[in-house]
Design a protein around this ligand. Structure first.
Ligand code: 5GP
Ligand code: MN
Length: 336
């Protein structure tokens, strides 16, 4: 493991740097990546952000977005950049499997690998770690990395601040989750002072629905929602025909699971969707109901205690049935 002083020494000269984040990047993944990007370019580094897959259009406003390389469309260029990189920053994920085929390229690369993350149990591929599971967002950790470790608060400009604000806002469910501490509010206050326009960022991310997306949300709530009162659980199930009918794009299913969790008394909500190649589950829970444990044990996934995801290659119907069969095991925590 590298210490911070050595890392600062390495960063004192312009370097070739790759920043990457988990597949299907969310607001924190892309916000923390571009926040760090906008910081590093001020120091004269040659920086490329490479995402394993594409991400929702409502993050395209972020400064630096136009230079982001999406791996699936640029295999050779990405491989060359990873191979030539002197440093690789891995943001918002804890295991190389979370960046798909890029994982092996990063593992093989001779670059110094730096992990900035808030997920449980990092697998340990990195040379330097700025990691805290209590952080509400990786963007919060990018801020503390720049300010407390690199001691460079003066370089948190409007571009850096706007991206980091978006990461914190989205991962804290707009400052509503229990990990939104007073420290988080102090950091976001600093980001606003540095130029992040909080109300505008909210508008760009959340008031950017297509008509189809809103009608699809209506369908999910009125016709695809099932409540299991004996388990305080709500499930929304959508199949590939629903997605096709409403022309649902990457990221447009994001957040729908929260409507199921918003019902009084519900402690576990699942959004189960039939993607082209597999079934994807998004779980959200309250209190001691371990969403990540369910995903890890039964659906090849993981995540945070109260927000986790997983996948299955079974049919949609099988996955929904399997999910229901698991619930008795967690009944004590669900009816608490
Ligand atoms: P979402 O439901 O929004 O896809 O994911 C919620 C949380 O679970 C995110 O923090 C994400 O990083 C994590 N997550 C989602 N899918 C997976 C997965 O397949 N594997 C693991 N390890 N984590 C996941
Ligand atoms: Mn995150």
């Amino acid at each position: 493991m590298l210490d911070t002083a050595t890392l600062i020494e390495i960063l004192a000269q312009p370097k070739k740097i790759v920043i990457t984040t988990h597949h299907k990047p969310d607001g924190d993944a892309i916000g923390s990546s571009l926040g760090l990007y906008n910081y590093l370019i001020q120091e004269g580094h040659h920086v490329k952000v490479i995402t394993p897959t594409d991400y929702p259009y409502y993050f395209n406003w972020m400064p630096g977005n136009d230079g982001v390389i999406i791996y699936t469309g640029h295999l050779e260029e990405s491989a060359a950049l990873i191979d030539e990189a002197e440093l690789i920053f891995c943001l918002d994920f804890n295991a190389l499997s979370r960046i798909n085929e890029m994982g092996e390229l990063v593992r093989k690369s001779k670059a110094v690998k730096i992990l900035i993350d808030h997920h449980l149990e990092p697998e340990g591929f990195e040379d330097y770690r700025h990691w805290d599971i209590n952080a509400c967002a990786t963007a919060q950790l990018v801020y503390t990395f720049i300010v407390n470790e690199l001691k460079n608060k003066k370089l948190v400009n409007k571009d850096v601040a706007s991206c980091l604000y978006a990461g914190i806002m989205t991962d804290s469910a707009s400052f509503c989750l229990p990990n939104t501490t007073s420290d988080v509010h102090r950091i976001t206050a600093d980001l606003i002072d540095a130029g992040a326009v909080n109300w505008q960022i909210y508008d760009l991310v959340y008031n950017n629905n297509s008509e189809n997306r809103l009608r699809f949300l209506g369908l999910c709530i009125s016709q695809r929602l099932e409540i299991l009162p004996e388990f305080n659980t709500a499930i929304i199930t959508v199949d590939k025909y629903d997605l096709a009918k409403y022309e649902i794009k990457t990221g447009e299913t994001e957040g729908i699971v929260n409507y199921a969790l918003s019902i009084a008394g519900i402690r576990l909500a699942a959004f189960i969707v039939e993607r082209t190649d597999k079934i994807k589950l998004s779980l959200r829970s309250k209190g001691e109901v371990p969403a990540n444990d369910i995903c890890r044990r039964y659906f090849n996934g993981g995540g945070h205690y109260n927000a986790a995801g997983g996948t299955s290659t079974d049919s949609l119907e099988q996955v929904v049935n399997q999910f229901k069969l698991i619930l008795p095991e967690y009944k004590k925590l669900l009816i608490k």
